[in-house]
Design a protein around this ligand. Structure first.
Ligand code: SUG
Length: 454
């Protein structure tokens, strides 16, 4: 560490997987979501897999936070759409009329915390505060429900406004379409020093035409506004266009084909529209701070189809305490794929910046297109910000045990697509979340249903 930089910690806040986890087939352009639509999900296993990953990271010595699941089904939205009466009545009548609508209102998609917000550490921001913008997620109906509750969760985790600014989401309009940290990479020498923030976008929200068959979920307008409102230094900020080719191959977010940490950018050669321009811009932005290390994976080593199928890039790239080099926390699917397994083996035995690959089982989330990296939101915290973080939202051994027991008590083992029309599922979920607010100290007015809404 450079002694001139204050110590800082890269915390991972994971989305706790909610009781309505299911395979709804809701995300166009996300191949796993489409291919697994209609499968019977296992919500209890899903949540325990997510918790096991959190525990592993905490045991490695990283700061591990927990973001609570959101209240689903979203009765507030269903009421806005004209359904009335009691909660069970709303579910019954909405399901009879439009099951697809109820599926959208019931998704547990807030588990993918990499889409919760874009985070700029205080060392990058003009006012010296940590800045967060919850993503509007306006591209997909089921995800567009998340931003308000996300803001509430982040404000519960970080209450001191003199240290942390939690902005509102961008307007819910296609020009400002924003998917959060999944399209944002920060490189740095030390977490506590200034870094380079790379914003990856898929389309120009003001252009008349789109160039992809699948939706390009991030606009350059959204990325630019976030950089401006966070007070980033323009000379340390890069805007990079994702290639249309990878979007159409199923990389609906940049983090399906790219991940970065410290000085290292690990990416597929087809990730960006103009890779040479992107690398040049990152080098210029890093001047005087650090020498970027680019690890490009060629299509001949790992064809883009295999990279997306195995989710090799949707890994967490972390600096574990006591390790010289970076560690890649990859999904077990990467180990089961011949191309990516061979690539990872040779990478770890080489002498590049990534020194080991650790596999984790998050299969239930993976079947919806959410790997280890999707499940976490990285938040770099200074010493003071870490001290100020809500301790009940940080994973301790005690909280881990309590959450495992809570999941085992409240979650169904199996959830079939048609179970979403069952009003009892709503009751069970709300009861579970009400109990969770006690465990995590969120208060009795955290969820809309606790405030008499919905
Ligand atoms: O937005 N899947 C999520 C997966 C998000 C992954 N996140 C990152 N790459 N950072 C999505 O497409 C599927 C839900 C369903 O089909 O039921 C879903 O929303």
């Amino acid at each position: 560490m450079n002694p001139a930089n204050p110590p800082a910690y890269e915390a991972n806040y994971d989305g706790l997987i909610g009781p309505t986890h299911n395979y709804g087939g809701l995300s166009e352009g996300n191949l796993a979501s489409a291919n697994n639509a209609g499968l019977i999900a296992r919500p209890r296993d899903a949540a325990l897999q997510g918790l096991a990953k959190m525990k592993l990271m905490a045991d490695f010595g990283l700061v591990q936070g927990v973001l609570p699941p959101q209240a689903r089904p979203d009765l507030t939205q269903l009421r806005l759409m004209g359904f009335g009466g009691s909660g069970p009545n709303i579910i019954k009548t909405a399901w009879a009329e439009n099951p697809k609508l109820v599926r959208n209102m019931s998704s547990a998609s807030s588990m993918w915390a990499a889409n919760a917000a874009t985070i700029s550490p205080s060392a990058d921001c003009a006012d010296g505060r940590l800045h967060m913008t919850p993503a509007n997620l306006s591209s997909m109906l089921h995800r567009s429900l998340e931003s308000e509750q996300t803001g509430r969760a982040l404000r519960a985790a970080f209450t001191d406004e003199s240290q942390v600014a939690v902005h509102g989401a961008l307007p819910m309009q296609s020009t400002y379409s924003d998917e959060g940290a999944a399209n944002h990479v920060r490189l740095c020498a030390d977490h506590g020093g200034a870094g380079v923030e790379i914003f990856v976008y898929g389309r120009d929200g003001l252009a008349a035409e789109t160039h992809t068959n699948f939706p390009a979920r991030q606009t350059i307008q959204a990325s630019q506004i976030i950089a401006k409102r966070h007070g980033l230094d323009g000379t340390r900020t890069v805007f990079a266009k994702q290639s249309a080719q990878v979007i159409d191959a199923g990389a609906f977010h940049n983090d399906v084909v790219c991940v970065g940490a410290r000085q290292c950018l690990f990416y597929h050669e087809h990730a960006f529209e103009n890779p040479d321009e992107v690398l040049g811009a990152v080098r210029r932005a890093a001047q005087g701070l650090f020498e970027p290390q680019f690890v490009a994976v060629s299509d001949s080593d790992v064809p883009i189809r295999e990279a997306i199928k195995s989710y090799m890039f949707n890994s967490m790239l972390v600096q574990l305490p006591g390790r010289e080099r970076l560690s890649l926390i990859a999904p077990t699917e990467t180990q089961e794929n011949a191309y990516t397994k061979a690539y990872c083996q040779s990478m770890a035995s080489g002498n590049g910046p990534i020194g080991e690959v650790i596999y984790v089982d998050v299969r239930q989330s993976m079947r919806n297109g959410g790997g280890p990296a999707c499940l976490r939101l990285r938040i770099v915290l200074t010493e003071a910000q870490k001290r100020g973080a809500n301790p009940k939202m940080l994973l301790s051994a005690g909280l881990y045990d309590e959450l495992c027991q809570w999941v085992s008590r409240h979650y169904r083992e199996e959830l079939a697509p048609d179970d979403l029309g069952d009003p009892a599922l709503m009751d069970e979920s709300y009861k579970a979340l009400d109990a969770l607010t006690q465990i995590m100290g969120l208060g009795s007015d955290f969820y809309p249903f606790q405030r008499g809404l919905g």
